[in-house]
Design a protein around this ligand. Sequence first.
Ligand code: ATP
Ligand code: MG
Length: 283
Amino acid sequence: MNPKLDSLLSLTDEIMLGRVNGWRPDPELLSPSGAYRGALHVGVDLGTAYTVLIVLDESKQPIGGAYRFAEVVRDGLVVDFVGAVDLVRQLKAEVEARLGVPLESAATGYPPGVAQIEVRATANVLRAAGLDCTGLIDEPTAANNVLQIRDGAVVDVGGGTTGVAVFRDGQVVYTADEATGGTHFSLVIAGALDISFEEAEEIKKDPRQQTRLFPMVRPVMEKVATIVRRHVANHNVETIYLVGGTTAYPGIDKVVEEIVGVKTIVPARPLFVTPLGIAMHNE
Ligand SMILES: Nc1ncnc2c1ncn2[C@@H]1O[C@H](COP(=O)(O)OP(=O)(O)OP(=O)(O)O)[C@@H](O)[C@H]1O
Ligand SMILES: [Mg+2]
């Protein structure tokens, strides 16, 4: 596994939340005005819950980014083309203003198993937003650009889906994607407490409320774990690595480990692993 994983992910979180002090650029790569002039690697992740744009410097360290909750994509398929283009354009403009450089090209990702025509639609969103699409990568392979595991399963639990990829000697040998994710957690909370989906989303992510809400969401975690168990059953997997926003919910690793019966690891900040790996794919 990537020995620098934790520091890379905490730097990414700082950058994404706008606390950019973590980044110390090579002075030779700054123009007199302070703008960065080295090579850039840009990634766009059109997710069911969050659309994310991340910018890396020459050495593939994060230097800028922005993200927003938006319902423009559902389970890997672009359902609101105009909305998606508009959003990517906004995120691009925000990050350009902050970094002082234009962004010209980007990579993007797709869940394994989606049709080529849908993958093309994702690339077209970037183009329409003014970014040349120079890289397309499936999401688990992108996540593994960051994790760098050789053997085991990478499980990406996002807003809409749970994606599973099994790696052998660093190569993907099996993938699957099923419709259960963080949105279902929020729907269960909204139903149980008779509150709106938006309110449920907020309290679900609040660390002070997560212990109290745990019994409500545990059955959905079990559903995720059952999906994982079914997909890794025939693959002799020794370790499961969880990524994606939903795996930031404390305790999900234990539920998966218990139900699948395989050692399960979740990095301290799993939300931006896949978009970070997508950006690494933009050469
Ligand atoms: N701290 C947190 N605790 C629990 N859930 C969280 C936390 N932070 C984010 N989430 C949830 O993670 C989900 C978003 O994760 P992510 O960005 O990985 O998904 P996505 O890429 O938009 O969706 P998908 O991959 O399914 O298309 C949302 O459901 C959000 O509520
Ligand atoms: Mg995702």
